[in-house]
Design a protein around this ligand. Structure first.
Ligand code: GLN
Length: 240
C-alpha cells in the first residue's frame, strides 16, 4: 500500500485522497488540451496545490456553466476555469483568494468599423454562455444583440464566418484566438477588469481554508508568478 505523507492540511485526512478540478478546458492559456493532456496556468496552480495538500489531482472537463453545480454536488471538488469572482456567483458558491487578474476584451475583424466599446451599440455580439462577458453584454446591450456560444472558439468561428460583429471574452484567451486565426484583432479599450479565483462549495469550508493556505504559500514562494510567467511571458508582475 502506498502511504502518502501529509503536511498539516486537514484535507489530507479525508478517506478519498483525490482532489477534483472542475474546468472547461477550452480556455487557453488557463486550461486547454495539448493532445490528450490538460495544460495551462490553472492546471499547474491546481497541481501545485494538490501536491501541497498531499492529494491526487483529477481534472473533470465540462461546460463552463456546469462548474458551479458540479462543485456544489461533489465533495473534494473545486472549480478553476479562469472564473471571475462576482457577487451573483457568491450567492451559490464560495471563492478562494484570487490568483490572477482578468480583463474582458473585444475581438473584431481587422477591418471592422468597431473602434471602441462605444461602437458596440447596434452590433451583433458573440459571447461564451454564462461567462461574465455574456452577463455584462446582455445587461449593457440586451439579449437580442447577444449570441451565446458554449465555447470561446465557437464564438470566434462565428465572427470569422460573419454571423456576428465581435466577441467579448477574457483577454488572454482572446490573444490566443487572435494568434491562431488570421484577420482578427483585439480592441485596445478594456470592457471590464476582474479577479479570477477558484470556486468551492459553501459546505466545504475546510477545503477552502486548505486551498487558501496552500495558494498563499505558492504565491509567497514565487511559484504562482513563475507559472503565469511560463504561459504569459513578462506579465507576471501585473498579476496578483
Ligand atoms: N472569466 C469569465 C467568467 O468567469 C470566463 C471564464 C471562462 O470562460 N472559462 O465568467
Amino acid at each position: 500500500m502506498l502511504i502518502t505523507l501529509c503536511c498539516g492540511f486537514a484535507s489530507c485526512n479525508k478517506d478519498e485522497n483525490v482532489l477534483v478540478m472542475a474546468t472547461n478546458a477550452a480556455f487557453p492559456p488557463y486550461e486547454y488540451l495539448e493532445g490528450d493532456k490538460f495544460v495551462g496556468i490553472d492546471v499547474e496552480i491546481a497541481q501545485a496545490i494538490a501536491d501541497k495538500l498531499g492529494m491526487e489531482l483529477v481534472i473533470e472537463d465540462m461546460e463552463f456553466n456546469s462548474i458551479i453545480s458540479y462543485v456544489n454536488a461533489n465533495d473534494n471538488a473545486f472549480g478553476m476555469a479562469g472564473m471571475t469572482v462576482t457577487e451573483d456567483r457568491k450567492k451559490t458558491v464560495d471563492f478562494t483568494t484570487s490568483y490572477a487578474k482578468g480583463i474582458q476584451s473585444v475581438i473584431v475583424k481587422a477591418d471592422s468599423d468597431i473602434k471602441s466599446i462605444d461602437d458596440l451599440a447596434g452590433k451583433k455580439i458573440g459571447v461564451q454562455l454564462s461567462t461574465t462577458g455574456d452577463i455584462y453584454a446582455t445587461d449593457d446591450f440586451g439579449t437580442e444583440r447577444v449570441s451565446q456560444y458554449s465555447k470561446g472558439n465557437e464564438a470566434v468561428a462565428a465572427l470569422l464566418g460573419g454571423d456576428i460583429d465581435c466577441v467579448i471574452i477574457d483577454n488572454e484567451p482572446a490573444k490566443a484566438f487572435v494568434a491562431a486565426n488570421k484577420g482578427l484583432k483585439i480592441l485596445e479599450t478594456e470592457y471590464a477588469v476582474e479577479d479570477y479565483a477558484a470556486a468551492i462549495s459553501k459546505e466545504n469550508k475546510q477545503l477552502q481554508e486548505d486551498f487558501n493556505k496552500a495558494l498563499k504559500e505558492l504565491k509567497d514562494s514565487g511559484k504562482v508568478a513563475e507559472i503565469i510567467e511560463k504561459y504569459i511571458p513578462s506579465e507576471a508582475t501585473d498579476k496578483k
